[in-house]
Write a protein that binds this ligand. Structure first.
Ligand code: F6P
Length: 542
């Protein structure tokens, strides 16, 4: 039976290394390790990562690889790729990777039928995508969905702007706030709009509410033939039919919501970039799957990233990670990664139902690079917490303004450098500052605070990701890399990364509140919530 990570030998070794490595200093680490950049950089299909500015060394790396071995991480990976029921709380296989396997590839025993269905569904929704692309009467495609039925497709359509069909607009409606839907509907015409109702369950409150509003608007605005303008992307065909939808594209219970953009949930991506583009997107991800399955531990990029996450979270106590894409197309990447990692690994019981005694998913957050520089980078450079930053750049832009792109890249490089080396000139000045005489305290304080406020401590870690170009392939590879990195951390922690029961309670309580909003004295509700309900009762709004 797999051992808990905190009970294996490598964990104790890492505890010891944590103490010993307190002296690690990125400001001079390259002086003692000349080939550090070569040693700590790694290429996988379409993605290059420089780990050399990370707070670790070879000894830590070795111990982490031992940890992966002792926690059977690679065995769990192989079980996932064999179609075993590794989502143990729901007794399901985890096979989003199967959605990316090209036709004709040899598969593990017993998965041929599932793959046949995958290919049939793929061909069906890609043909539909091509029909819509060729249909000039459709100018607007609206994806209505939330969480995994929104974040992936939205992020990808934005990222692949260069490849998106120019004659159509793409919109993503997720928020239950009608301000948002009504604002969008004002810009649409029913006869030229196609709604994609993306919901695995076809029961998510936000999506169902927005879909109902869309239908109401469609009919009121003179729309005819719901069946030609509403499509269901769902495992719940019955639910979609009851809504009035006749065209549906399904997927399977072994595809988790946050892992579903490779399935029919990605129809908006397919309409945007076409059949060939979508197949390239799948191919890039498939190449990364192959790398994850076959690369040796030392050269395995998802494995290394996941293990670094363990080191940072459990031994260096970094509670958060900032994502800084230096490409405006990737502006939704931080939001996408938030769901991927925090919904997958934000757990505090292990696979056996036992409370874990170590931290799991860190907080992920971020904004496109240079914007973040002028907002929260102050805190990242000089704040009291060390927050590792992940830079992501794309070498070749899709425009010809080379100077602008150089400036963008230079900003990313300079920021990563600044986090690492800091600025010690003022620190030296401070050390040599004249001794203060009694009575001079106020002027001395002003003086040294001027120095101290300008000091950059440095020794702050970062990771640097680089893509050659942002294409369907490279995006597919990058996203599959993130999925597998999340898998690795969850495997070491011994948690089930594929359920999400933590979202259920809020849904249940919402229903209870909705049911009682009109009641004079809501029952079985705590005084605070009850007080707020009375205050927020719409009837009492002037
Ligand atoms: O918020 C929980 C969740 O179940 C996510 O995991 C999922 O991606 C999202 O809701 C949407 O679910 P559905 O596709 O069933 O509407």
């Amino acid at each position: 039976m797999t051992k808990r990570c905190d009970q294996v030998k490598a964990w104790q070794v890492l505890q010891q290394l944590k103490v010993e490595k307190q002296t690690l200093d990125l400001r001079n680490i390259f002086a003692s390790q000349e080939n550090r950049f070569e040693h700590f950089s790694l290429s996988a299909p379409h993605v290059f990562v420089d780990f050399s500015k990370c707070m670790w060394d070879e000894q830590v790396e070795d111990a982490l690889l031992e940890l992966a071995g002792q926690t059977d991480t690679e065995q769990l990976r192989d079980a996932m790729f064999a179609g075993e029921l590794i989502n143990t709380t729901e007794q399901r296989a985890v096979m989003h990777w199967l959605l990316r396997v090209p036709n004709g590839t040899r598969l593990p025993l017993g998965l041929e039928q599932s793959h046949k269905e995958v290919i049939e569904t793929l061909e069906r929704f890609l043909s539909f995508a091509e029909l819509i692309r060729a249909d000039n009467t459709i100018t607007d495609v609206v994806n209505i969905g939330i969480g995994g039925s929104d974040l992936g497709p939205q992020m990808a359509v934005k990222a692949l702007d260069e490849f998106v069909i120019p004659t159509k607009r793409f919109h993503f409606l997720s928020n239950i706030d009608a301000h948002e839907s009504l604002r969008l509907f004002r810009t649409l015409k029913p006869e030229s709009t196609l709604f994609l109702i993306a919901s695995k369950s076809f029961s998510t409150l936000e999506t169902m509410t927005n879909a109902a509003l869309a239908k109401e608007w469609f009919l009121q605005a003179g729309g005819k033939h719901i069946q030609n303008h509403f499509v269901g992307l769902t495992s719940n065909t019955k639910g979609a039919n009851a809504f009035g939808i006749t065209t549906t594209f399904g997927f399977w219970d072994w595809v988790g919501g946050r892992y579903s953009m490779w399935s029919s949930i990605g129809l908006s991506i397919a309409i945007a970039i076409g059949e060939d583009g979508f197949k390239s997107f799948l191919r890039g991800a498939f190449e990364m799957d192959h790398h994850f399955k076959t690369a040796g531990a030392r050269d395995n990029l998802p494995l290394k990233l996941g293990l670094l996450d363990i080191w940072y979270r459990n031994f260096l106590n970094y509670g958060s990670r900032s994502i800084a894409p230096y490409h405006s197309g990737l502006s939704r990447l931080p939001a996408y990664l938030q769901q991927l990692e925090m919904e997958s690994n934000g757990k505090s019981v292990d696979k056996f139902g036992l409370q874990v005694k170590y931290g799991t998913a860190p907080v992920l957050w971020g904004e496109p690079g240079t914007n973040g520089q002028h907002a929260f980078f102050q805190m990242l450079h000089q704040g009291t917490d060390v927050i590792p930053v992940e830079f992501l750049v794309v070498k070749d832009p899709s425009h010809t303004h080379v100077k602008n792109h150089e400036l963008l890249l230079a900003n990313a490089l300079a920021q990563a450098q600044a986090f690492m080396i800091g600025e010690s000139k003022d620190a030296k000045d401070l050390q040599t500052a004249p001794t203060v005489k009694v009575g001079d305290w106020a002027s001395h304080q002003a003086d040294s605070s001027q120095h101290a406020a300008r000091r950059f401590p440095g020794n702050r870690p970062s990771l640097f990701f680089a893509l050659e170009r942002l294409t369907p392939e490279s995006l597919g590879a990058l996203i599959a890399l993130s999925e597998h990195r999340t898998f690795v951390a969850g495997a070491v922690w011994g948690i089930n990364s594929f359920d999400q029961f933590g979202v259920e309670l809020g849904k249940k309580l919402t229903q209870n509140i909705v049911n009682q909003f009109d009641v004079e004295h809501p029952m079985n509700i705590d005084p605070s919530t009850q007080g707020l309900m009375i205050k927020l009762k719409l009837k009492s709004v002037p």
